[in-house]
Ligand binder design. Structure first.
Ligand code: URA
Length: 423
């Protein structure tokens, strides 16, 4: 077998055999297939697609490139959620302890921010003392104590995906649905969860800009999970505007704590409760405490505190605050008709909430607080949002990112996706 033979098969629009897939993933992980050869293959996959069998075997080969985690020693069932990423999407933070409070075990491996989208680990690291890197034994300890753990994936989990993802990022091949689906699902299946709920975001602030593409990705991932014995469901949810009223690391932690205290913005509460019910149901754990009740009776907050403390964090510590603020005001009186997720995400990124290169630190206090949502009535001069940054020099580029991202008009001009578009 050689790499050229595999590349030419896909270049000519033919199906890769099981042997070709197993060989190329293993050889690439070991460094026998060169980056330039894998880039050519990734581009051929982007252009010519893959069959369901090819995607399933590609995913299994990536799982076999590393270790698969095992939670069978826990006294209950595991269930997890994966979001394809968005702006203000802090749902994992209240969701994991909420599901734990209702009887599920949540072994959540999360990532860092990418471009204009935030990352769960960056958000949680704004809590003084909190640690993202845990060994498998430490993960098991936190799960036993709190029922939920949120941490970084170790080096041994799907190493083929780690290499391939970095390569796709610099070769214009991120967008291939077979490659996105196998990348996400190889990590989630290797994570060892018994059930999985996928939150596939749709809109300007998401990877998938249209409902059609999001549906194709969701269907592919559900098939992969189901074939691998993980009970998998997917929701398509709105990412045409930001989720909640905060965008930025510590700002989103504070909003998540409000939700765990029984308050918080309506959309964040609605999606958190909906996803919690789906996670419990996928694990066969429905019929116990309802997640809406666990947000009101303090049990979800108790699980959050146990989880943060078990990972070295202080849930009572003050969160970092940015030194400088600037207000953006409504340009006219009317209804806020538009608040574009991508524009707000890009502005928060430029304020310092995200990183430009993967080794950069993030600013924990930077980001945006929203004072109005699309559909709200606003008066000219009223604050629409507050920008937060450690350095006032960052405001100019953030304001430029917001140019055209919001508009005030008549009530008939509001055109938003439903929060939950489909299941
Ligand atoms: N997230 C992943 O883990 N992989 C992709 O390919 C895209 C998003």
């Amino acid at each position: 077998m050689d790499a050229i033979d595999v590349i030419v098969t896909k270049r000519d629009g033919r199906e890769l055999s099981t042997e070709q897939i197993d060989w190329v993933i293993d050889a690439y992980t070991r460094g026998v297939v060169a980056d330039e050869q894998m880039s050519a293959l990734a581009m051929a996959i982007l252009l010519n697609g893959m069959t369901r069998r090819e995607i399933a075997e590609w995913t299994q080969a990536m799982i076999r490139s590393g270790t698969r985690m095992d939670w069978s020693s826990l006294p209950g069932r595991t269930t997890d959620k994966h979001s394809t990423g968005g702006v203000g999407d802090k749902i994992t933070l209240p969701l994991a302890p909420l599901v734990a409070a209702c009887g599920g075990y949540v072994p959540q491996l999360s990532g860092r921010g990418l471009g204009h989208t935030g990352g769960t680990l960056d958000k949680l690291e704004s809590i003084p003392g909190w640690r993202a890197s845990l060994s498998s034994d430490e993960m098991l300890g936190v799960l036993g104590e709190a029922g939920a753990v949120i941490c970084a994936a170790g080096e041994g989990l799907a190493p083929a995906d780690k290499k391939l993802y970095a390569l796709r990022d610099v070769t214009g091949t991120v967008e291939a649905i077979p490659l996105i689906a196998s990348s996400i699902m190889s990590k989630k299946i290797a994570e060892g969860t018994g059930a999985l709920v996928l939150d596939v975001k749709v809109g300007s602030g998401a990877f998938m800009k249209t409902v059609e593409r999001a549906r194709e990705l969701a269907t592919t991932m559900v098939e992969l999970g189901t074939d691998a014995g993980v009970n998998t469901v997917a929701l398509l949810t709105a990412m045409d505007r930001p989720l909640g009223l905060t965008v930025g690391n510590a700002l989103e932690v504070a909003e998540s704590v409000e939700v765990l205290a029984g308050g918080g913005p309506e959309d964040v509460v609605e999606l958190t409760v909906r996803l919690a019910r789906e996670m419990l149901s996928a694990a066969g754990l429905d019929g116990g405490k309802d997640p809406a009740d666990a947000l009101k009776d303090g049990s979800a907050m108790d699980a959050w505190r146990r989880m943060i403390i078990a990972q070295g964090g202080d849930p009572d510590a003050a969160l970092p605050v940015a030194a400088e603020t600037m207000e953006i005001v409504a340009p006219a009186t009317g209804v806020l008709t538009r608040l574009d997720a991508y524009g707000v995400g890009l502005a928060a990124w430029r304020l310092g909430a995200g990183r430009e290169r993967k080794e950069d630190p993030v600013s924990f206090g930077a980001g945006i607080t929203l004072h109005a949502r699309p559909g709200d009535e606003v008066r000219e001069g009223q604050p629409l949002m507050t920008l937060h940054a450690d350095d006032a020099a960052r405001f100019e580029r953030a304001v430029a990112a917001l140019d055209g991202a919001y508009a005030v008009g008549g009530p008939g001009e509001v055109d938003l996706l439903p929060l939950v578009i489909d299941r």
